[in-house]
Unconditional design. Structure first.
Length: 574
């Protein structure tokens, strides 16, 4: 019986050991698992791949897309992708089926077409393909990232999508089975080696004593043998059972933990979850995006400046800057000596200021200097809506000797023009104060808004206006500087203050003193007015781009003019 038990234990242990080894070799799980989109999903012009799929299984995710013709796969923040998609009909890949073989796709009805997403400033990166694309999905920066798949916004987006995820290759039972198998085999071997109780009992002669002289075992020796060999099979069984129970208890808990899904990463989770703090409060542009946008802005302005053609500016220039450059081209085509606008350079980017406000319109600021820039200049760019790209709306050179205020580069707060939170003056008050300071020699803001000794923009403006009045014996002249409504852009500075950028209109009004008196204007204004002299009066219009630093609440320092320039945009006779 003991022999049969031993053999049974050895065989059982061998099978258990082989089962454990098999889980690590023959039956080992595949390293990756591939899921495909359902073939019967209704076509849509756009397909969104939810950000959760990038991390649902951990590790690197690869995507294979097949489609007809050209298509694009773009990466952007989830809220940016959602905003760009808008009301267009689209499919959303939201998760995995339970067996991880199928992608779950949700349909959202809406408008039948959208503009082409190619070239949008919202994408941190994009891949163009024809027919087939293999894409490795990696995060370009911290935070969440979604994908947008489209053809041209009108044709259906490719529907053949497969995603390959890292698979769970853990085998929690493999090692325990190998250990249990080894223990069972050792138990069986021990039964064969160890002798049973009483197996070495001495042979006594008739009427002889077991402890007699002829018996090789003394009582003490017998007691020792009994202690060593007594109930050997039962004790071995207890040891094996105890070891097995301990292993099962430990590995069972591990197996249960490994099989319990993480609620945050459950396949098929909805894509409508609220955005994270990073997605909602991070900078609206990464450095790579900003540089790409700035290069395109510089290229557009270079083309327009070289050809003196404002149509070449349309894709990347708007607002005040478009108006100023358009009139500049018109004047320079007739007056060769008229100065060109300062060129926009992307080769030397000194700093960037990016809003963390994710609603539109979005404003960003660059400080650049390159060939043709005597001093650094501030470039203000605005994105009005998700499907529009950033456009240059203002340029203004830094005043000589002026120190640009420190502003967080990883995204800073932008304030409404009338918001005075933590500031001595709101953005609107700062611009209004500058307008009054430029219009009146005795402005109430004379001591509240100053400029550096080496940057006399205010002083030069007041001196020019006074000289015109003094020398213009034949006319009456008036000068006004007014804030352009809704032009203020306010960025919070690192010290709690603010940098306010905006536009003023500078009007120069002249009327003859007496009947028959004539007023003359320069060659540059004559191009826009259609003549050089008038007996009825004239009006010259300039656009001024300015930037003012506003100290934080509690500071005793005055506001400071950081940057300013003007350009002639209109001239007419009364």
């Amino acid at each position: 019986m003991r022999f049969k038990t031993a053999v049974a234990l050895v065989l059982l242990g061998l099978l258990t050991l082989l089962a454990g080894i098999g889980q690590k070799t023959v039956w080992a799980p595949a390293e990756t698992v591939t899921a495909t989109a359902p073939a019967d999903a209704k076509a849509a012009p756009l397909t969104v791949i939810d950000q959760k799929l990038r991390t649902v299984e951990g590790g690197t995710v690869t995507i294979k897309v097949k489609g007809e013709g050209n298509f694009l796969l773009a990466a952007g923040r989830p809220d940016d992708v959602t905003a760009w998609v808008g009301k267009t009909a689209h499919n959303t890949v939201t998760g995995l089926s339970e067996d991880k073989k199928s992608l779950q796709v949700e349909r959202t009805d809406g408008e039948a077409a959208a503009p082409s997403p190619a070239g949008s400033d919202l994408w941190v990166s994009s891949e163009n393909a024809s027919g087939e694309l293999d894409y490795t999905w990696s995060a370009p920066a911290d935070g969440e990232w979604s994908l947008l798949l489209a053809s041209d916004g009108k044709k259906p987006a490719p529907s053949s999508i497969s995603m390959t995820f890292p698979n769970d290759t853990s085998t929690p039972w493999a090692v325990p089975l190998m250990v249990i198998g080894a223990l069972l085999m050792l138990a069986g071997a021990a039964l064969l080696v160890l002798k049973p109780k009483g197996g070495n009992r001495g042979i006594s002669g008739r009427g002889g004593s077991a402890a007699g002289p002829g018996n090789p075992f003394t009582k003490r020796a017998k007691a020792a043998v009994k202690t060593a060999t007594g109930s050997s099979s039962s004790r071995m069984s207890v040891i094996v059972a105890a070891s097995t129970a301990a292993l099962l208890a430990g590995t069972g808990a591990a197996a249960q933990a490994s099989q319990t899904p993480d609620p945050a990463a459950t396949p098929g989770a909805s894509s409508t979850a609220a955005p994270t703090a990073d997605a909602g409060g991070g900078p609206v542009l990464l450095d790579a995006q900003f540089r790409r946008i700035l290069e395109q802005v510089a290229s557009a302005t270079d083309s327009g400046d070289a050809a003196k053609d404002s149509k070449k500016l349309a894709t990347r220039v708007a607002g005040s800057e478009l108006e100023v450059r358009t009139q500049n081209y018109k004047i320079r085509s007739r007056v060769a000596s008229y100065d060109a606008r300062m060129p926009v350079r992307a080769t030397k980017l000194l700093t960037t200021v990016v809003t963390s406000k994710r609603a539109w319109p979005r404003q960003v600021l660059a400080v650049t200097q390159g060939e043709g820039n005597v001093v650094p200049q501030l470039l203000t760019l605005v994105q009005k809506s998700p499907r529009e790209n950033y456009k240059l709306v203002g340029t203004s050179p830094l005043q000589p000797g002026t120190t640009f205020p420190s502003i967080a580069r990883n995204g800073t707060e932008t304030l409404a023009a009338g918001d005075k939170s933590g500031l001595l003056y709101s953005g609107q008050e700062a611009l209004s104060g500058l307008a009054d300071r430029l219009s009146n020699e005795d402005s109430t803001f004379k001591s509240k808004l100053v400029e550096g000794e080496s940057s006399p923009y205010i002083a030069d403006t007041l001196s020019y206006q006074a000289d015109v009045v003094k020398s213009g014996v034949n006319g009456k002249f008036a000068f006004t500087h007014k804030v352009v409504p809704d032009s203020a852009v306010v960025f919070r500075t690192a010290d709690g203050g603010a940098l306010v950028l905006g536009r003023l209109t500078f009007n120069f009004d002249g009327t003859p003193k007496s009947e028959g008196d004539k007023l003359s204007i320069g060659n540059d204004a004559a191009v826009l007015a259609g003549g050089k002299e008038t007996t009825s009066g004239m009006v010259l219009n300039f656009a001024e781009s300015v930037a003012v630093y506003v100290p934080p609440t509690g500071s005793k320092d005055p506001m400071k003019l950081v940057a300013a320039t003007r350009g002639l945009v209109g001239a007419s006779f009364k």
